[in-house]
Design a protein around this ligand. Structure first.
Ligand code: BDP
Length: 731
């Protein structure tokens, strides 16, 4: 090739390179992907110009060393957040040379922070201070932890202030979590399915682990750390013993390595009979020396791979799972077996109180209390008893479990469900903040007035140092993580309440809306109102006035108050509603199952008396005649129909609210929520119509005037059947 030819070729390649660079720059400027919800509430999009100007005065430089993985994570998050929110990340430096610097660290790791002489001794491992101070003659914002993790949590808090357009002048914030173990329970199976999961498959790609650790695991850890979640149970409570085999433990260790910088410990659900299934033993008797040795060695093996392993979660003698009672031992014997092998390593046992037996004729709502209350004081120090919020099973509304307040010698851990197994799956917009708040603020009266469930579980009522709260995760492989953008709010509110169970569900909803969608008050206000009303709407169109467990058999989709197809009586809706031509509801008073007397005397007195029982749980505790006069003066039958109808009307209003908000946010997320609300309205209507058709047939009463009759006969609703319902593939 001659000189001209070479020059032409060079010119061609140079032009090509420039074009590629320009295209690259253009692509870089465009959002990496559509608004698909992947960013969750950590959506660091540019703030309005005025806010940027204001905040930039407090972000002129960043002094934060990255000498440990956790501090590196904090620094990276601050840079990422500031870059996104303010359009540019501040320069990182070692010294404060300008007004408006951000200084993040611990007294031990930063001489600048040490100069502040803050008392960090009460912050523990997780607490932090964010304060506007003067350093080297410059006004700066200090984000201070006693430990690296506090710095990370404080960094997320600081970014949240920016995201929600709070003032960051004159900050003086001190935060210490009230509950020690703040855990997400994944009901994920090793085959990739998720029990009661409605957001795709399990995010754990067991097959490719330990070699491949998806970047998604890091984003998951960031999301958890941003709301203070510090523990993750990786696998389903209906556990597969294989998780304890060496091959899987290596995979578990790889996940633990990803989570460690974010302060997240891993835990495993274990199968009680694992010594038989993978250990070659003939028994899993908790008092058998060989069984004890097996668990000791297995636990030691786990800690070699995962030195900060959190411990075990155990579902035993519940719904067919093996347990200590198979060997005529107690739940305490079973829990203590694990406690003893975990104790030398600092691990804990989270032993579930969700037990009920098909052999017991007693009211299912009473069984957990009957089983565990007598064992109070028999558990070793590192056992937490994990109790579902209600006495039965994550229903749209239940009274709080009578175990709260009844076992003062045992740390009780709350178990909430974040995934909406009983609340319309992924597509119904049901914000669970009000449900969690209602339970946490319930007064057990165990030690007089003010003995709230929150105080039981944060350990303050009975003076327990160990405290915990768990939420059954709603996370899967869907791009939006949770099956819908609004479901993300349930993950968020769980974490925020786990940090501080006295926060308000409304305030948390507002934070979340601002971070996830928009700070525009014309959007924030109606959306927060809609979220706050959504749980009551679902209660109304599914199970009003204290009804429970009316859903379809096994898969739990849709209404089926008539269904008797499952073998166990206590899996059949009629067991729960007890409707007959005289009335409806489960008599749990002294004339019935006497479950009400499991509560502290003042509460028991209230629940035993039909007149004093809140109407929200009326039919939970009483079998009430259809013609019974409610507080409104209307009959029970009228109120039941009215509530069902109200639920549907509320969803219609939610759709209307959303319709008016078109244009306030990106089209993709707007459209998805709009479509899901349409599904919700259709299904709410179906719940209402099917339940009214059923109860009308049982009561023999005409529909009260003014209410639309169900469009189909009862036989139509009864004939509907569903296949491949999500969340129900594994058993
Ligand atoms: C029920 C679920 C079932 C769980 C069980 C549990 O339907 O899938 O295994 O709770 O919590 O609500 O163990």
């Amino acid at each position: 090739m001659n000189r001209d030819g070479r020059a032409a070729l060079w010119l061609f390649f140079r032009t090509l390179a420039v074009a590629v660079l320009m295209l690259g720059a253009l692509l870089h400027m465009a959002p990496a992907h559509a608004e698909d919800g992947y960013e969750l509430w950590l959506r660091y999009h540019a703030l309005p110009a005025g806010e940027i100007q204001r905040d930039q005065n407090h972000a002129s430089q960043l002094i934060a060393n990255d000498a440990t993985p956790t501090r590196a994570a904090a620094r990276a998050e601050l840079l990422r957040g500031l870059n996104g929110l303010l359009g540019a990340a501040p320069p990182v430096s070692d010294a404060v040379t300008r007004d408006g610097a951000i200084v993040a660290g611990t007294p031990a790791s930063s001489s600048l922070i040490a100069q502040l002489h803050l008392d960090t001794s009460k912050l523990g491992k997780d607490g932090y201070v964010i304060r506007s101070v003067t350093l080297n003659g410059h006004p700066v914002t200090a984000i201070v932890g006693n430990d690296d993790l506090g710095v990370l949590y404080g960094s997320f808090h600081f970014l949240r202030l920016l995201q929600t357009e709070q003032s960051i002048d004159h900050l003086d914030i001190t935060e210490v979590p009230r509950i020690e173990l703040r855990v997400l329970d994944h009901w994920d199976n090793l085959n990739g399915s998720v029990e009661r999961g409605y957001a795709g498959a399990s995010i754990w790609d067991w097959w490719k682990l330990p070699d491949w650790t998806s970047p998604r695991y890091t984003d998951y850890a960031r999301a958890n750390a941003s709301i203070g979640i510090n523990g993750v149970v990786l696998n389903n409570v209906n556990a597969d013993a294989l998780i304890l085999t060496p091959a899987y433990l290596k995979k578990v260790a790889a996940l633990a390595d990803v989570f460690r910088p974010y302060g997240i410990r891993v835990y495993l659900s274990v199968r009680f009979s694992a010594p038989i299934e993978i250990g070659g033993l003939k028994t899993a008797d908790p008092l058998d020396p060989a069984v004890k040795t097996w668990w000791r060695e297995k636990t030691d093996e786990i800690y070699k791979l995962v030195p900060d392993f959190g411990g075990f979660l155990v579902k035993a003698n519940s719904e067919g799972q093996p347990g200590p009672q198979d060997y005529k031992r107690t739940h305490a014997d079973g829990a203590n077996l694990f406690a003893d092998v975990l104790a030398p390593h600092g691990g804990v046992v989270m032993w579930r109180a969700f037990v009920y037996s098909q052999n017991s004729a007693d009211d299912r709502a009473k069984q957990a209390y009957s089983e565990f209350k007598p064992l109070d004081g028999r558990f070793h120090a590192n056992v937490l008893l994990q109790v579902k919020n209600g006495p039965i099973d994550f229903q749209p509304r239940e009274p709080f479990s009578p175990l709260f307040g009844a076992m003062p010698k045992t740390p009780l851990m709350m178990e909430f469900q974040i995934t909406k197994e009983y609340l319309g799956f992924a597509t119904h917009l049901v914000y669970l903040g009000p449900l969690y708040e209602e339970v946490l603020s319930s007064d057990t009266m165990a030690k007089g007035k003010g003995s709230t469930v929150a105080k039981v579980i944060d350990g303050t009522l009975d003076g327990h140092a160990l405290s915990g709260i768990a939420g059954v995760a709603n996370v899967g492989t869907d791009r939006d993580w949770c099956g819908s953008d609004f479901n993300q709010a349930n993950w968020y509110v769980f974490g925020r309440l786990a940090w501080n169970p006295t926060l308000s569900a409304r305030a948390i909803a507002e934070e979340w809306v601002r971070m996830t969608f928009s700070n525009d008050i014309a959007f924030v206000k109606p959306v927060v109102d809609m979220m706050m009303g959504s749980r009551e709407a679902a209660v109304d169109y599914m199970t009003p006035l204290g009804l429970a467990h009316l859903m379809g058999p096994g898969h739990h989709y849709g209404p089926a108050p008539w269904d008797k197809s499952l073998a166990r009586a206590d899996w059949q809706p009629p067991y729960y509603h007890r409707a007959d031509h005289l009335g409806v509801g489960f008599d749990r008073t002294r004339t019935g199952s006497d479950a009400a007397d499991q509560y502290a005397p003042p509460i028991a007195a209230q629940f035993n008396d039909v007149k004093q029982t809140p109407e929200t749980v009326l039919l939970w505790f009483h079998h009430v005649p259809w013609e019974y006069r409610m507080r409104s003066g209307n009959t029970l039958w009228y109120e039941l129909v009215a509530h069902y109808t109200q639920g549907v009307d509320d969803v219609k209003k939610m759709r209307e609210t959303w319709r008016h908000l078109d244009g306030h946010i990106d089209a993709d997320r707007y459209r998805k929520a709009a479509t899901f609300l349409a599904i919700q309205e259709r299904e709410a209507q179906w719940w209402r119509d099917a339940c009214i058709a059923y109860f009308q047939q049982v009561s023999g009463l005409p529909l009260p005037p003014g209410f639309a009759p169900p469009p189909h006969p009862l036989s139509y609703y009864e004939s509907l059947s569903f296949h491949y319902v999500p969340g129900h593939s594994s058993w």
